[in-house]
Design a protein around this ligand. Sequence first.
Ligand code: FES
Length: 82
Amino acid sequence: MVTVRVCVGTYCYLQGGQQLAQWKNYIPKTLMDKVTFVGSSCLGCKEDNAKPPYAKVGEVLIERATPEKIIAEIETQLELIN
Ligand code: FES
């Protein structure tokens, strides 16, 4: 099981996090039972060079997160686990 944290802070939400929070729209059915999605408070946009929206797959922080990036990291981590 992989945990995905999607930032629901205002900055990320306005920069694409809203789409990421709708995870049931983009996660393949084959991964549904292997992933837990949770909303998260700020994951790190306070840096000078922030790259929202942010998400975290396991312990891996993803900048400018997209559904494609999140799915790729989930698949990578599941391969490592299995
Ligand atoms: S509001 Fe999303 S990382 Fe800060």
